[in-house]
Design a protein around this ligand. Structure first.
Ligand code: ME8
Length: 645
């Protein structure tokens, strides 16, 4: 039977894992876990790209034999991934003999059929990117158009791969398979890249003997590292070694960052497979990048974060067990995952999500439910417990939405949908007040209300497992169910029979206390400052500055006062099919009833902030009239999510 085959890129071992490589690997792990939960047999591949000249160079600089260096680095990668709870099936290394055989065999086959031919190269070469550039792409600075480092002039015989021959077939394949390249922005980037015209590419390099030697022609040096590296996906299936390699081939999902998608994975790679007459991958997904303080991460800026250090410092600051802090880090990576565009990584952002989504929402819901079950029912599911139909429908509907989003590799959306369940349970508790029902002696009804919380927690253990496997297991343990339920059984509303014994509640995510030097909670968004309306307009901004603001029309679907605050309302918004929560400082000017159903403009790409324990994901815009907020509406009803510009 065909296995669901997922790959990450194989990583260069010239530096250790960082939050960028961790992102791709965690996303792949979450996809793999999700597919397994849904009952598929998964084959998840990751590994290391060890034949690159830059890897050899770093080993030499450190005075370590290159083989020893790559052995140590591969171990460091495997160790880091295991510590991040990544459960791959194969870890491939391109220095393995079986991979070198595949590269040599592919090179021979394509040379025999004329898709690889010998020529000579004269032009500019970037040692860092391992890429040749046509003179037309290089200006007087002689700097690499991609990375800016100085280029070297090369004049040497070399082999070419006939990429140009596949231009029209590639275009046709992309047009006929709308899901081949995702998200859409990457598809468009690829089409733009191909539209510039494909040139044959040099696939051999002289000047180094580190790599896979060009077969039968040692004078020609080694095979170009990208031509070699891309073939790892084929090696890992056992191609050449076993006939039934097709139980994995072709890949169902190949994940990577945006930088290595258009040219390498969506052009050169499928063209190589076309030349080999092998089926193409089903889907290529290229995520955006983490940026730090609005800048690209780089060693020279000192803004490169090591994932395990980040998780460990969170564990220490919060007093949380390390495996749960690692899961919190994974949650943050997926919840804030850059999909179409780049996203800001920050420790403050991680802390906000930790305190808001994990400590206040998920952790608190589980803890209060189990505590009440123990206090009122001796820790056992009472007789006659069932989930109200409305809530049962909502749970099933949200589970379906989560699945849909995870399938689309849209973890921010999936997790947002999962958290709707927590919001619904908390609202249900507030409405039904099981504590009051107990005082009134209505234990049957109180038991039913809390049972809904237990069923929600059981369902959530399954829904969060791809992101937080250890946390999911701990939720299942506290619920006394042993195993996290598979997807098909997760929405069962009668999963916990009367008499079922629950474990003692144990906080998974202790709250992070504000550091002494840190300021109190930020001022609520949309809190108008007096005089603002009268202030002169100053400090012009460019149109590009303005374009960075994403303002959209949202529909307010629910509004409620924020406890212990006279000024704040918690608004649940629907923005173009997505649900989000914001906290707005308008409670003195509007009641919840006055705002529900209204369409309002919202700044949606504001960094989330924790306000009174609620993660606020945006800011509503209102007119400021003498310090009072006055709502703004579109002139007529518009589709929710409409862009304001
Ligand atoms: O490219 N944010 O390996 P690599 C998000 N060996 N992702 C980032 C990132 C950031 N700031 N920085 C890097 C290679 N990445 C080749 C791949 S595959 C046949 C060969 C991601 O170690 C990047 O987009 O440079 C890519 O997916 C991976 O890390 C690059 O790892």
């Amino acid at each position: 039977m065909k296995r669901y085959y997922i790959t990450t890129p194989i990583y260069y071992v010239n530096s250790v894992p960082h939050i960028g490589t961790a992102l791709t690997t965690i996303v792949a792990d979450a996809c793999a876990r999700f597919q397994k939960r849904r009952g598929r047999t998964v084959y998840f591949l990751t590994g290391t790209d060890e034949n690159a000249p830059k890897v050899h160079r770093v080993a030499q600089e450190r005075g370590v034999p290159t083989q020893q260096f790559v052995d140590e680095m591969a171990e460091a990668f495997e160790g880091a991934w295991r510590a991040l709870h990544i459960e791959y099936d194969v870890f491939i290394r391109t220095t393995e003999a079986r991979h070198k055989q595949v590269v040599a065999e592919v090179f021979r086959r394509l040379r025999d059929k004329g898709d690889i031919y010998k020529g000579s190269y004269q032009g500019w070469y970037c040692v860092s990117c391992e890429t040749f550039f046509a003179s037309s792409k290089v200006d007087e600075s002689r700097a690499c158009p991609d990375c800016g480092k100085p280029l070297e002039w090369r004049d040497e015989p070399c082999y070419y791969f006939r990429l140009s021959a596949y231009e029209s077939r590639l275009k046709e394949h992309i047009a006929a398979n709308p899901h081949f390249i995702e998200p859409e922005v990457r598809r468009n980037e690829t089409l733009g890249f191909i539209a510039e015209g494909l040139q044959d590419i040099a696939v051999s390099r002289t000047g180094t003997d580190w790599g896979v030697p060009v077969p039968d022609d040692p004078e020609s040096g080694v095979v170009y590292v990208w031509f070699d590296a891309l073939l790892n996906y084929l090696t890992a299936t056992g191609w050449l070694e076993r006939d039934d390699y097709t139980d994995a081939w072709p890949p169902d999902l190949q994940l990577m960052g945006k930088d290595i998608l258009p040219r390498f994975h969506a052009t050169i790679w499928p063209a190589m497979l076309m030349a080999l007459e092998l089926p193409l991958p089903e889907r290529l997904y290229g995520h955006g990048w983490w940026i730090v303080n609005k800048q690209k991460m780089s060693k020279s800026l000192g803004n490169v974060y090591a994932p395990l250090e980040v998780a460990e410092s969170l564990a220490q600051a919060a007093g949380c067990e390390t495996p749960y802090a690692v899961d919190a880090f994974r949650y943050y990576m997926l919840r804030e995952m850059p999909t179409d565009s780049d996203a800001e990584f920050s420790l403050e952002g991680l802390e906000t999500r930790y305190n808001g989504d994990l400590a206040n929402d998920l952790g608190n819901m589980l803890h209060r439910t189990l505590s009440m079950m123990h206090r009122y029912f001796g820790g056992r599911v009472p007789d006659g417990a069932r989930v109200d139909a409305g809530l049962a429908d909502l749970f099933a509907q949200q589970a379906a939405r989560v699945a849909d989003a995870y399938e689309a590799v849209d973890f921010p959306r999936g997790l947002r949908e999962a958290w709707q369940i927590i919001g619904a349970v908390n609202r249900y508790y507030d409405e039904q007040a099981p504590w009051t029902l107990m005082k009134q002696g209505d234990t049957t009804r109180a038991g039913q209300v809390l049972y809904a919380g237990l069923i929600a927690a059981r369902l959530l253990s399954a829904l969060v497992e791809p992101a937080m496997p250890q946390v999911a297991r701990e939720i299942a343990r506290q619920l006394g169910v042993g195993e996290v339920p598979p997807w098909s059984e997760a929405s069962a509303m009668d999963a916990l029979p009367a008499g079922h014994a629950l474990q003692e509640p144990k906080p998974i995510f202790p709250r992070l206390q504000a550091k002494p030097e840190s300021k109190p909670s930020p001022a609520p968004p949309a809190q108008p400052t007096p005089q603002q309306g009268a202030a002169p307009m100053q400090d012009t901004i460019t149109i590009d500055d303005f374009k960075r603001l994403q303002i959209r029309i949202a529909t307010v679907v629910a509004a409620e006062p924020v406890p212990k605050s006279t000024k704040l309302l918690k608004l649940t918004l629907e923005v173009g099919g997505e649900t989000r929560t914001i906290v707005a400082g308008i409670a003195e000017d509007y009641t919840p009833d006055q705002i529900v159903g209204k369409q309002i403009p919202v700044l949606v790409n504001l960094q989330p902030a924790l306000i009174r324990g609620i993660v606020s994901e945006g800011m509503m815009l209102a007119a400021d009239v003498d310090g009072k907020a006055v709502l703004l509406h579109p002139d007529r009803e518009v589709p929710s999510g409409s862009i304001v510009r």
